[in-house]
Design a protein around this ligand. Structure first.
Ligand code: 5AD
Ligand code: SF4
Length: 457
């Protein structure tokens, strides 16, 4: 047996969506056999990877400012006779503007698009010989997934993300995803089940299935069949999925929400706008009414389901009346939580060239009004849980001693005083108070737990 490689330090900074979180973990997995151990700061790191997001201009600009800081850090270290850190840019900015990154920030050693992460080890070795590699495979995800976790993956907690689908064919006119992540592509149910079993064997109790269009999952029987298959895995008690498109919310998936206990009552279903005129210009392929009807149907199947959404304000051509229609839709649906954004002009997307770009001040004002309404709804939803007993999966210690944090079925963070040994357990918690982002409660079975800790739940 060869001696273990000397340890090198790897710092990965992740921006954007949960898929980037998943990808960052896989990058760490693929680099670990090369002797890279993950560290939580760039100071002293041998390799820094920025896993970037291109969805809005702000997210992209953050990357350039971070690169500036890293360059300074590296120059200082080299001046003091320290080792040289390698700087890599991964993710959607790398995919969309690799050459631009190299030009704008000469400190960058290599750029790697989302479909080429499995080639990172080779790329890093090459970059140590010559700067300026740029690798972006042409969307061949099969190869990537197989190569990223040849020996299984390393679970880092009691919940895990699991990518099942990538890419998007919808071409909403504001969005860069179809260009950065390519067309829709699904992993095989077998590969996903293997990964899920491996996670469950390591103590993972909850998986969140990820995909830019996860409900367009095209493996046998679609997402509903995949959910049922994974629900049969011993120890895997909770299944979630994100993000969905209203167009792909089929009957089978709605039925799964009614019938599969492990499928959590939470659905992130972006609508973007409540105005049909704007929805059409966005190429969303649904109307406000068809969306509301769909929500009604889902609620008939699973009455307590928590609905979440994404909204864009200030899309080109959006008038006051269009924005009012969005507020009306929000009032009609009643969201448990939501994400709202000011329209951000993305080069190369159809909406960037549309007439009627909206003033920043108007966007700000609309965003504030929308957020006030969504905030009120989130508070009301959380407040409606007070007095109820919810099953909470405890994930980690809280900020205060003796406290744990977990999640309710509705994805709310729940704080409770509880012993560490309950991490990884699903425990009944009586909810006592609610805030905008979280709930607090007390264990229901305290007496039984103290009497028979080895039998705890
Ligand atoms: N500007 C603002 N928000 C955007 N989103 C996607 N593209 C843009 C853009 N150009 C939002 C959408 C999507 C979420 C992930 O990001 O609401 O659902
Ligand atoms: Fe972007 Fe629309 Fe595809 Fe979602 S469905 S990733 S918003 S193009």
């Amino acid at each position: 047996m060869s001696a273990p490689a000397p340890s090198k330090r790897l710092f990965i900074k992740t921006y954007g969506c949960q898929m980037n979180v998943y990808d960052s973990e896989r990058m760490a997995d693929v680099l670990s056999p090369l002797g890279y151990a993950v560290t939580d700061s760039p100071e002293g790191a041998d390799l820094v990877v920025l896993n970037t997001c291109h969805i809005r201009e702000k997210a992209t600009e953050k990357v350039y400012s971070e690169l500036g800081k890293l360059k300074e850090m590296r120059d200082e270290r080299v001046a003091q006779g320290g080792s040289r850190m390698t700087i890599a840019v991964a993710g959607c900015v790398a995919q969309a503007e690799g050459e631009e990154i190299m030009r704008r920030q000469p400190a960058v050693d290599l750029v790697v698009g989302p479909q080429a992460y499995h080639q990172l080890p080779e790329l890093i070795a090459r970059s140590h010989r010559a700067r300026g590699e740029r690798l972006s495979a042409d969307f061949a995800p099969e190869e990537k997934f197989d190569a990223l976790a040849p020996a299984g993956r390393h679970a880092t907690g009691v919940t895990a993300f699991l990518t099942v689908q990538e890419g998007c064919d919808k071409f909403c006119t504001f969005c860069v995803v179809p260009y950065t992540r390519g067309g829709e592509w699904s992993r095989s149910p077998e590969a996903i089940e293997t990964e899920a079993r491996d996670l469950a064997a390591q103590g993972v109790r909850e998986v969140t299935l990820l995909g830019q269009n996860v409900n367009a999952y095209a493996g046998d029987g679609g997402l509903a069949a995949l959910v049922r298959r994974l629900a049969a895995i011993e120890g895997l008690d909770r299944i979630r999925y994100t993000t969905s498109h209203p167009r792909d919310m089929d009957e089978a998936l709605i039925a799964a929400h009614a019938e599969v206990d492990a499928l959590m009552p939470y659905l992130h279903l972006p609508v973007q706008s409540g105005s049909d005129r704007i929805l059409k210009a966005m190429n969303r392929a649904h109307t406000a009414q068809s969306y509301v009807r769909l929500i009604d149907k889902i609620r008939s199947a699973r009455p307590d389901i928590a609905i979440s959404g994404d909204f864009i304000v200030g899309f080109p051509g959006e008038r006051d009346a269009d924005f009012e229609a969005t507020l009306d839709l929000v009032r009609e649906v009643g969201y448990a939580t939501a994400f709202s954004f000011k329209y951000s002009r993305r080069p190369g997307t159809p909406a960037a060239a549309m007439p009627g770009q909206v003033d920043e001040a108007v966007k700000d004002e609309r965003l504030a009004r929308l957020n006030a309404l969504l905030d009120e709804q989130a508070r009301a939803f959380n407040a409606s849980q007070v007095g109820k007993v919810l099953p909470v999966l405890f994930e980690r210690p809280g900020r205060h001693a003796g406290q744990l944090i977990g999640r309710s079925p509705y994805l709310q963070a729940v704080h409770a005083t509880a012993p560490d040994r309950l991490i990884g357990q699903i425990v009944s918690v009586r909810i006592e108070s609610a805030a905008r982002m979280s709930l607090a409660g007390a264990l229901v079975e305290t007496a039984e737990l103290e009497l028979a800790p080895e039998m705890a739940l």
